[in-house]
Design a protein around this ligand. Structure first.
Ligand code: ZN
Length: 309
């Protein structure tokens, strides 16, 4: 009688085992080996950023492509983010998109040649009265955009939880990177990014359709003010110019220390555990404004040009 009862329950037990999937099934030899090696943990490694410059088919984008091939700015992005320990390879590429944009879709960050052309065209023509060059503006804005897309990638690949809108969080990630990646360069880069909006700032008033406020991104000037506020909050002495030169309205200043504190706290808790500290020290010790302010003269040119006279 007892035996029959056990047999009668057998199909139920089989169903429970099937329903609970891998919990009850026997491991294969390979799975057992992986478990022994802790192989179900993600294999987090630094130096996992790959870069790629696609050749555009549109001849109008050719000059931008050629500048990229000469300057190789993606290698800078690769180096800056090399300390991140990621579970897989991430490609950062420039390509022809048919629109001016940049985005992340696993496992690729895409920066469009159309966007890079706009960046070049938007750049101010002259050095600002306080010494911010057009190159500072382009490099600052380029690194901010690349870091913003890297932010999306990092949140995805490292499974970082977000409380805010993803676009705001990616901006905060980018701001943190820009503010931290080189004490000597940070003010130049941040003010460079701000200088890109110089024409905007001069206008004082903008008229936009009401649906602009429904965008997943903050309005351009809000994004800029957020960046400047975080920089000033991080170091009011180093970034004093941000307020003194009138880039950031004084009314925002009292909140900046707390705003930076929150972003820095999130970065420490969620991102730093995935950073290789030795590689980070190397990154922090370098200069990230890649082009000299004054063109370097080739020593051998001088006597030649003198003899030509
Ligand atoms: Zn975004």
């Amino acid at each position: 009688m007892k035996k029959i009862a056990i047999l009668a329950l057998a199909p139920v037990a089989a169903l429970v085992a099937w329903g609970s999937g891998s919990v009850l099934h026997a491991q294969t030899a390979n799975e057992a080996w992986q478990t022994f090696l802790n192989g179900d943990q993600p294999d987090l490694q630094p130096n996992r950023i790959r870069v790629q410059y696609d050749e555009p088919t549109d001849p109008q984008l050719r000059p931008v492509y050629e500048i990229m091939m000469r300057r190789r700015p993606l290698q800078k992005v690769q180096e800056i983010f090399s300390p991140l320990r990621l579970p897989m390879e991430l490609t950062v590429k420039t390509t022809q998109c048919g629109m001016s944009n940049a985005w992340y879709q696993r496992p690729t960050v895409t920066l469009c040649y159309e966007y890079l052309r706009d960046l070049r065209d938007m750049a101010p023509a002259e050095t600002s009265p306080d010494g911010i060059t057009p190159v500072d503006a382009v490099v600052g804005e380029f690194l901010f955009t690349a870091s913003h897309e890297m932010g999306h990638a990092v949140f995805d690949l490292l499974d970082v939880p977000l409380f805010g809108r993803p676009e705001d969080d990616a901006d905060q990630f980018a701001a943190h990177v820009l503010i931290r990646i080189g004490k000597a360069n940070a003010p130049q880069l941040i003010q460079g990014a701000a200088y890109m909006y110089a024409e905007y700032v001069k206008k004082q008033t903008v008229i936009v359709p009401i649906t602009a406020f429904a965008d997943v991104h903050g309005a351009p000037m809000q994004r800029l003010y957020n960046l400047l506020c975080l920089a000033y909050g991080a170091d009011p002495v180093m970034f004093a110019d941000v307020v003194d030169k009138g880039y950031l309205p004084k009314s925002r200043v009292p909140a900046c220390k707390t705003e930076w504190g929150e972003v820095d706290f999130a970065f420490q808790k969620l991102i730093y555990p995935y950073i290789d500290k030795t590689l980070l020290d190397e990154v922090l010790s370098k200069s990230w404004v890649p082009y000299a302010r004054i063109p370097i003269r080739r020593q051998t040119d001088t006597p030649q040009s003198q003899s030509m006279r």
